[in-house]
Design a protein around this ligand. Structure first.
Ligand code: MP5
Length: 216
């Protein structure tokens, strides 16, 4: 029988392909991404990762006992990831202090926090799996199409490492276990959250590519 995460990936081929073929990613692979565009992504993703820590903390509070230590490890990993952003920002002269979230980043973070606080652990976990799987597949697509050396290599390496792949495999396996035997109505809620998260992920690349900003 098809596993739940496989079913999710199967039914989301259209949005998934739109994500993986996004100009932000293809230009990063080709080495034609303007520094200004990459800078916007870096600043906004720094905020996203920073705010992913409280998202994880709320999930941890709802997690079944055997998963608690996994969440502690994930949060430590996020703190290290923030260091990767700070190091790159310094090397490229990018400011990470006092930046404000763009409309898309703001909405995505609100969605994460609302999911963690107000929905079930399984629902929050579905969102987590989707976001991480998008990043694995997106940066893998960059790695596989990469021409020459990238000035952004350490980001490519971060989300294509063996450790990150194993983490996403674990998320998939755990999600399948969590939702096993649940009624169709519940599975439909998870599928909706999976698709909504994938859409936010698409918009996140768009936000950087189009230099999205608030009206005034
Ligand atoms: C991730 C990310 C991956 N950094 N940014 C977005 C917009 N989506 C997903 O999460 P993590 O925690 O950095 O691996």
């Amino acid at each position: 029988m098809q596993k739940f995460h496989e079913k999710m990936l199967d039914q989301s081929k259209q949005i998934w392909s739109a994500i993986l073929n996004h100009p932000f990613l293809t230009k990063t692979a080709e080495g034609t991404i303007p520094d200004e565009t990459f800078k916007i992504w870096m600043q906004q993703d720094y905020i996203f990762v920073r705010e992913a820590i409280p998202f994880m903390a709320v999930l941890l509070a709802k997690a079944p006992l055997p998963l608690r230590s996994n969440f502690i490890q994930i949060m430590v990993g996020l703190e290290q990831e923030l260091e990767l952003f700070r190091k790159n920002a310094q090397e490229h002269g990018i400011n990470l202090a006092n930046i404000q979230p763009s409309p898309t980043c703001h909405a995505y973070i609100q969605f994460l926090m609302n999911t963690a606080y107000n929905l079930s652990f399984e629902e929050g976990f579905t969102v987590l799996y989707t976001a991480e799987k998008v990043y694995l597949d997106s940066w893998m697509a960059v790695k596989n199409q990469l021409k020459g050396n990238s000035p952004w290599q350490s980001f490519i390496d971060n989300w294509t490492s063996e450790g990150f792949q194993q983490y996403v495999d674990w998320l998939a396996l755990t999600l399948d276990d969590l939702v096993a035997g649940q009624p169709e109505s519940k599975l439909k809620t998870y599928a909706d959250l999976f698709n909504l998260t994938a859409r936010y992920e698409f918009l996140f690349w768009d936000m950087a590519e189009n230099q999205e900003s608030w009206p005034v």
